[in-house]
Design a protein around this ligand. Structure first.
Ligand code: PAF
Length: 311
């Protein structure tokens, strides 16, 4: 199987590095030429609590170097999905599947519109990875990955993906209800990401302070209310307990949104708390905590140039 991981961020680099342990042909496609060239030369270094390991990998910014792919693993930021799909067009053949492991709600709809629903596999991952430098990541929290299709079927390709991921040490399960999965992950990101980016705290510390504990609880409660109204069944019975457990299991990890803010990059807020705020307005459900988190992150994004400067 030829597997192409798209996006050399923390999660893309993590999955690409682990997948090189399989017997499949693995490529990393990144839109940035210099980044792809560096990874192609030096490989990917994965730092883990008990071990640091480095692997070689074929990386490029040019899709025609790769040819047709069997599986494309989309690991780009949600706001780059459309652009990434244009880039991967030359890789598609009749049977190519596209697996999205992105955060937030809305990506599967964008991919289905582009390539037809049959190609699309959705996924969530609770792996916690921090991008340190090009081709260098810190794997701070181990979490499971769950994949599924929109129509609830389990095509043979999906079972192969599960097998390959499990073989290389990326614990993976299948689900028949992808919407419920994506929403369950959304709830986790709603509670952790913006709050950690604003406070600049690693995931584990969010549950250590009264203030952050309360805000996390309120954001999660509002999002759960929206999910309930939309009749979306979450994969856990106690959403707050689950989000707190993820904080604990990925304690040293800097959430992806905190990493973005520290690097003064655009965040995925529109696909996370932004979704809750939009749906809250549509459904007439008050979501003040999510609105506040959205507004603060938007302000942080808009003021990267000014922030930290005394007048
Ligand atoms: O976006 C993230 O950082 C991750 O989805 C998670 C699970 C919150 C861990 O940091």
């Amino acid at each position: 199987m030829k597997i192409v991981v798209v996006g050399a961020g923390a999660i893309g680099s993590l999955f690409a590095a682990y997948l090189t342990k399989s017997k499949e042909e693995i490529w990393l496609l990144d839109k940035n030429k210099e980044r792809a060239a560096k990874i192609n030369t030096t490989g990917i270094l994965v730092e883990e609590p008990n071990d640091n390991w480095q692997v070689k990998i074929k990386a490029t910014a040019v899709p025609s170097d790769i040819g047709k792919a069997d599986l494309i693993l989309l690991c780009v930021k949600s706001f780059s999905t459309k652009l990434a799909l244009e880039q991967i067009s030359p890789l598609l053949k009749e049977s190519t599947k596209i697996l999205s492991l992105q955060n937030g709600v809305g990506n599967l709809e964008i991919i289905s519109e582009f390539s037809g629903e049959d190609r699309v596999i959705g996924g969530i991952t609770n792996q916690g990875a921090t991008w340190i430098d090009v081709g260098r990541i810190h794997h701070a929290g181990v979490g499971e990955t769950i994949i599924g299709t929109a129509n609830g079927k389990t095509p043979v390709e999906m079972r192969s993906i599960r097998e390959i991921f499990n073989q290389v040490g990326l614990e993976t399960k299948m689900s028949r209800d992808i919407k419920s999965l994506i929403w369950s992950k959304l709830i986790i990101n709603v509670g952790i990401n913006a709050l950690s980016a604003i406070t600049r705290l690693p995931n584990g510390l969010l549950t250590e302070f009264e203030g952050t504990k309360r805000i996390l609880r309120d954001a999660v409660t509002e999002a759960t209310r929206i999910a309930k109204r939309k009749r979306i069944k979450l994969i856990f019975d106690d959403p707050l307990a689950k989000v707190e457990a993820v904080c604990e299991n990925t304690a040293p990890n800097l959430s992806s949104m905190l990493q973005d803010v520290l690097r003064k990059k655009r965040t995925e807020i529109d696909f996370i708390n932004g979704v809750i705020v939009r749906l809250g307005q549509e459904l007439g459900i008050a979501v003040p905590t999510n609105k506040l988190l959205l507004d603060l992150i938007k302000t942080i994004e808009a003021s990267y140039e000014q922030s930290g400067k005394l007048t």
